[in-house]
Ligand binder design. Structure first.
Ligand SMILES: [Zn+2]
Length: 258
């Protein structure tokens, strides 16, 4: 066995190039795309033109181009889940989480990142990507985010507002992942996103403008914060609302059955 002496262990990974960190705008070569799934063929031939019908049918979206066609103008962003190597344990937040595996040949680094996509109008997706280099990790994350797209039900559930516009959320929700709990509460117009930076990025792309949030637990683990937030947003979908409240809460995205 090769023994690594202490000096070798302090090898610092090269800093990530700035190009990789830049936010990419979503663009797709839709014309060149040849669909492989049944759902993809229907979307390409314009048989399905509404993403709601795809999400309601509970069929898995297996091709990211489906989202590109049905939701034109989605924006993407990367979340800060890692941190750069700093002295004395401190380092600034970074988009890529770097991990290393010790082998006989040396250290093998890997890069992981979390992407969020959204159209700022009620649809948001979160995806995790991990690869040996930064660029493929980002591509994987954006791809996964498109496949995991969810609908966010919005409304105005604030007692201080009552404007019946979908600028906030209709009721308070909580989500939990490991020790992290994320609470979202409806807020009146003009409040803004009272949330930490990464949570606010997701909420902005989801199209929520005013909300109060609270994060409890080990919130320095950003992955758990993001997963807890996703679970909270899913609860907005799954809660059963009586029809008489749909108007007073200004709920958008739920069809009335009448
Ligand atoms: Zn309002």
């Amino acid at each position: 066995m090769v023994r690594i002496n202490e000096k070798e262990e302090k090898v610092i990974i090269e800093p990530i190039s700035e190009e990789a960190v830049e936010v990419v705008t979503v663009s797709a070569d839709v014309e060149k795309w040849t669909p492989k799934t049944e759902l993809g063929k229907k979307v390409k031939s314009r048989e399905i033109t509404d993403i709601d019908s795809v999400l309601e049918s509970c069929k898995p979206i297996l091709e990211p181009e489906i989202v590109d066609i049905l939701l034109p103008g989605v924006e993407s962003d990367l979340l800060m889940i890692g941190q750069s190597k700093g002295k004395f344990g401190g380092g600034s937040r970074r988009v890529f989480r770097q991990t290393q595996k010790k082998t006989r040949e040396g250290n093998k680094p890997k890069f992981a990142t979390y992407a969020v996509i959204g159209n700022k109008d009620g649809y948001v997706g979160l995806g995790f990507g991990k690869a040996k280099e930064t660029v493929p990790a980002r591509e994987k994350a954006i791809r996964n985010a498109k496949l995991n797209i969810i609908k966010v039900v919005r409304g105005c559930g604030s007692w201080q507002c009552g404007c019946k516009n979908p600028h906030s959320i209709p009721f308070a929700v909580t989500g939990k992942c490991s020790s992290v709990t994320v609470e979202l509460k409806p807020a009146p117009k003009g409040t803004g996103l009272k949330a930490e930076k990464e949570v606010a990025k997701v909420l902005r792309l989801a199209g929520i403008k005013d909300v109060w949030t609270k994060v409890k637990g080990q919130s320095r683990n950003k992955i758990n914060v993001i997963v807890a937030l996703e679970k909270a947003l899913l609860k907005l979908n799954t809660m059963k609302l009586q029809e008489k409240y749909l108007d007073s809460l200004g709920v958008s995205g739920i069809k009335k059955q009448s």
